[in-house]
Write a protein that binds this ligand. Structure first.
Ligand code: NAD
Length: 428
C-alpha cells in the first residue's frame, strides 16, 4: 500500500543491502536475495451482485524458499501495489528465519476494498485468486494466510476452491483457517501476544517494571487488539489508540489518559478495526487527529497499522518519554527514522521479530493439520511464548555483544541463516 513517494520494496532492499555489506555477502548471493525468486500477477474477474463483471488485480510473490515452503499472508486493500507485496514477501523470509521455523517468505494481495463488497463478491475474489495461483502454491510449495482485511472465512473459501481443483483434502495449503475447519487455537491472539512477549523480555532487560508503563498504539485491528489485551493483562496501561475512520477517510486517535477499556472500545469497533467515532465520544474518549498517537507522553509506542508511519516527517514528534518502540506492523519505520531512533537511544523491537507470532502460530497450525491432532490453546500459547522469547533473546544478545542496533542484529541473524541455506543447496 505504497503512498506518494514511499516505496516499501526499495526500503526493504535498502535494509537488506546494508546488512549484506556488513556480512560481506558475495555479489551473486546479494543479487539473489535482494529480489523475489518468483512472482505472479493476474486478473480476477468477479460477477458482481448486480450482474456486471469487475476485474480485480491479484498478486503472489515468493521471495525465497530455501529454508522451506514460502509462507505469508494475502492482503485485500485498495492501495495494494506489486512493490508492497514484494517488500512484504522479503520481510516474511527474514521473519521465518529469525524465529527459526522451517519456512520461507511469500506474500499475496488483491487490489480491492472488501468494505465495499458483499460477502458473495468477496467469496468471488477469494475463489478467483485461488483459481489463478493454485498450480503455484501448495502445502509443500507456498502456504498463504490472512493479512490486512482478510480473515478465516476468506481462507476457508480459498481452501475449498483449492481442494476442488486438486481433488483431495489439503488443509496444509493455507493457515488462519477458522476453528473446527483446520484452524489452530491461539491464532487470533498470536501476532499481538507475540509483540507483547518480546516487549515483556525487552522491559525486563531494560529494568523497567511493565506495571508502571504506559503505551500508545496505532491501529485497532487484529494485532493491536490482542497486543493491548496481553499488555494490559501484564499490568501496563494503554492511553491512546488510533484507527481508520472510513466515513471521514482519515485516521482518528482515541485517548483516555486513565487507560482505555478494551472490551468497551471493542463494542464500538467493526470487524475491520474501525472505531465508531460518535459512540467513542459517548463513551468519554477524547478525539484527536490520527497522527496524535505518536506524540503521546508514554513509555512505549506500538505501531500496529501500516508501513511508513514513523518516517522523516513524524519521527521527531515522538515524545522524550518514549523508551521502547515495539513494531507490530510490517515496515512501520523508514531507514531515515531509524537514524533518529538510534541517536535518541529508543530501544526498537523490529517488526519481523516482534510480529513473528502470527507466522509461528501458522506453522503450529500446519504441524497440527499434518498430525490431524489439535493442541489446547494453553499449549499453543506456551509454545509460542517459548519461540518468541528465544528468538528475542538471540537477537538482543547479538545486539549487546556486537554493539549493534536491534534491527541490524535481527537482520544479521536472518540474512545469514537464509544465505547459508541457499549456499548449502548450491543455489548461489
Ligand atoms: P487489521 O486489518 O486487522 O487492522 C488494521 C488496523 O489499522 C485497523 O484498526 C485500521 O483501522 C487501522 N488503520 C488503517 N490505516 C490507519 C491509519 N492511517 N492510521 C491509524 N490506523 C489505521 O490488520 P492487522 O492484521 O492487525 O495488521 C496490522 C499490521 O500488522 C499490518 O502491517 C500487517 O501486515 C501486520 N501483521 C499482521 C499479522 C497478522 O497476523 N494479522 C502478522 C504480522 C504482521
Amino acid at each position: 500500500m505504497a503512498d506518494g513517494s514511499f516505496n516499501p520494496f526499495q526500503m526493504a532492499q535498502q535494509q537488506f543491502d546494508a546488512i549484506a555489506e556488513k556480512l560481506q555477502l558475495d555479489e551473486a548471493t546479494r543479487e539473489f536475495l535482494r529480489n523475489p525468486d518468483r512472482e505472479y500477477h493476474f486478473n480476477i474477474p468477479v460477477r458482481m451482485d448486480d450482474g456486471s463483471y469487475q476485474v480485480f488485480r491479484g498478486y503472489r510473490c515468493q521471495h525465497n524458499d530455501a529454508r522451506g515452503p514460502a509462507k505469508g499472508g494475502i492482503r485485500f486493500h485498495p492501495q495494494e501495489t506489486a512493490d508492497t507485496v514484494r517488500a512484504l514477501s522479503m520481510w516474511m523470509t527474514w521473519k521465518t528465519a529469525v524465529v527459526d521455523i522451517p519456512l520461507g517468505g511469500g506474500k499475496g494481495g488483491v487490489i480491492c476494498d472488501p468494505r465495499n463488497l458483499s460477502l458473495r463478491e468477496q467469496e468471488g475474489v477469494c475463489r478467483g485468486w485461488i483459481r489463478q495461483i493454485a498450480k503455484n502454491i501448495g502445502p509443500l510449495q507456498d502456504v498463504p494466510a490472512p493479512d490486512v482485511m482478510t480473515n478465516g472465512q476468506h481462507m476457508l473459501w480459498m481452501l475449498d476452491e483449492y481442494e476442488k481443483i486438486v481433488g483431495y483434502k489439503a488443509p496444509g495449503v493455507i493457515t488462519g483457517k477458522p476453528l473446527g475447519s483446520g484452524g489452530s487455537l491461539g491464532r487470533r491472539e498470536a501476532t499481538g501476544y507475540g509483540v507483547i512477549y518480546t516487549l515483556r523480555e525487552a522491559l525486563k532487560e531494560l529494568n523497567i517494571d511493565i506495571t508502571k508503563t504506559t503505551a500508545s498504539v496505532q491501529g485497532f485491528g487484529n494485532v493491536a487488539q490482542f497486543a493491548i489485551e496481553l499488555y494490559q493483562n501484564y499490568g501496563g496501561k494503554v492511553i491512546a489508540v488510533s484507527s481508520w475512520d472510513n466515513k471521514e477517510k482519515k485516521a482518528i486517535t482515541y485517548r483516555r489518559t486513565s487507560g482505555i477499556k478494551l472490551d468497551e472500545l471493542l463494542s464500538v469497533t467493526n470487524r475491520f478495526g474501525e472505531v465508531d467515532q460518535q459512540k467513542a465520544i459517548e463513551l468519554g474518549y477524547e478525539i484527536l487527529p490520527g497522527e496524535a498517537w505518536i506524540e503521546q507522553d508514554v513509555d512505549i509506542l506500538i505501531p500496529a497499522a501500516l508501513e511508513n508511519q514513523i518516517n522523516a516527517n513524524t519521527v521527531n514528534k515522538i515524545s522524550r518519554t518514549v523508551k521502547v518502540l515495539a513494531e507490530g506492523a510490517n515496515g512501520p519505520t523508514t531507514p531515515e527514522a531509524d537514524v533518529v531512533l538510534k541517536e535518541r537511544g529508543i530501544f526498537v523491537i523490529p517488526d519481523f521479530l516482534a510480529n513473528a507470532g502470527g507466522v509461528t502460530c501458522s506453522y503450529f497450525e500446519q504441524v497440527q493439520c499434518n498430525m490431524n491432532f489439535f493442541w489446547p490453546k494453553e499449549e499453543v500459547l506456551e509454545k509460542l511464548d517459548q519461540k518468541m522469547t528465544s528468538a528475542y533473546k538471540a537477537v538482543s544478545e547479538l545486539a549487546r555483544t556486537r554493539n549493534v542496533y536491534m534491527r541490524d542484529a535481527a537482520y544479521l541473524i536472518s540474512i545469514s541463516r537464509v544465505a547459508e541455506a541457499c549456499k548449502l543447496r548450491g543455489w548461489v
